[in-house]
Design a protein around this ligand. Sequence first.
Ligand code: FAD
Length: 473
Amino acid sequence: MTTEIHIAHLRGLLGAKGVLVGKGELASYQTGARGNGGAALFVARPTTTEEASKVVSYCSRNGIHIIPQSGNTGLVSGSTLDLTGTQAVLSLDRLNKRFDLDRDNRSLHVDAGFRLSEINRRLESEGLFFPIDLGSDPCIGGMVSTNTGGSRFLRYGDVRRNTLGLRVVLADTDGTIIDLAGGLRKNNTGVDWKQVFIGTSGVFGVITECVINLERSPRQTATAYLVPTSGAQVMTLLSAVEDTFGNDLSTFEGISGNAFRRTLEHLPAMRNPFESGRIPNYVILLEVSWPSLRLDKEARVEALLEAALEAIWEHPDHPLADAFVGRPEEMWALRHALPEGVRSAGTLISFDLSFRRGVVMRFLGFMREELSRRFPGVEICDFGHVGDGGVHFNLVIPREDRRLADNAFVEALREWIIDTTMRDFGGSFSAEHGIGRKNQAVYDRFTPQKLKAKALALKMQTSPSGLGAVRFN
Ligand SMILES: Cc1cc2nc3c(=O)[nH]c(=O)nc-3n(C[C@H](O)[C@H](O)[C@H](O)COP(=O)(O)OP(=O)(O)OC[C@H]3O[C@@H](n4cnc5c(N)ncnc54)[C@H](O)[C@@H]3O)c2cc1C
């Protein structure tokens, strides 16, 4: 059958705006957050679960491979196509009508195409929010599919911990709809099927509706930059602030001096709070927040934080070298600008790694010594969620460096970082971004054969037709 026949059929199901084919119309769906991309046969844009089911069924019957796409902010080429021009995008961007708040259950049943910012904007007047925070603005379906972590994981967990239910369309010839959207907080009645679709990059089914847990919005928040006395003392510092603040601690983010400096150079309007423009070797962004008023309006939460930090200053192991309590908006603006700041510095080779918490700083210490010996001229600009063992391990190479033209050089560098992470430090090659095309080869290399076979069997049981960018065979 020709593409024209497919498009005419799908337009019959979705209307003219529901199927895009023109070059200009396809552009933003074909290009991912980092400029990577492929070529689309067409983009289908259902507005309901039932329409999504019809599209998936039609594509399954006609052998058209579908790539689910939501906000297209993913960083591992999971939402973009290959170069063959034979794959179609199933975009959830029009699936954004249902928004059913259940106040008693503190949950929200929402269509998968809602943006995170829109969800939180609508919840503001209720004093509630979806507690996953990150520097992009994804859709909830994409967040479930990638199991987004973000900067407040330490307090609220990841998307998995905050997902109470899903509706999913399976990629089979019927476009089977499975309803797991009961929204129960407790339910021990056999296999928890929703887990199959969380964090698995859209390979097992298309998520069309989500029931998510909501939290009470913080009413008072205080933030500080902490400078640890050394990398080795970061975990002592974390332990001290956990002892001090308990569940009120909502962020403990690490920022390398290089990432801090590169961002300030790129965005001069941002303020360096440290004396005489000094850039510390490593900075922690600390946030403490309270959902109920901890202090009366006159009292300053900053004073409370300062007093607590003074007590940590006296800690027998002396983990704290300097601290600066500042305005949350300013400090978060700098944190969210780090990806852009680091990218501006040169060509970026990035890794999204995780380790057991006590191992992260050891890994970073090892890399600071060893990388420059093996790969001179490569700058480490790491930052990330060190409080939960995550690190965005960014390597910056000057754009004019001739070695960048040599695939073997880049491959050797990548391979060494991944091997060291996995084999020597027991880490993960993808902390929170998923597999995608970018990590396919690493998945193939490091996943035990027996587990790969089980994943493939599950894929054949759920969505046997072509769905998603990751291969399990
Ligand atoms: C500046 C910046 C900062 C970021 N910071 C973080 C961070 O701190 N933590 C973090 O975890 N991530 C971060 N990310 C990555 C990204 O924003 C998240 O992975 C996000 O959750 C992806 O959601 P999305 O809606 O954009 O999904 P997309 O990019 O559209 O898709 C991502 C994957 O999910 C699949 N998918 C999408 N929708 C569906 C669906 N409805 N059903 C089934 N599968 C689907 C796609 O096929 C693809 O494999 C960041 C990205 C940027 C650009």
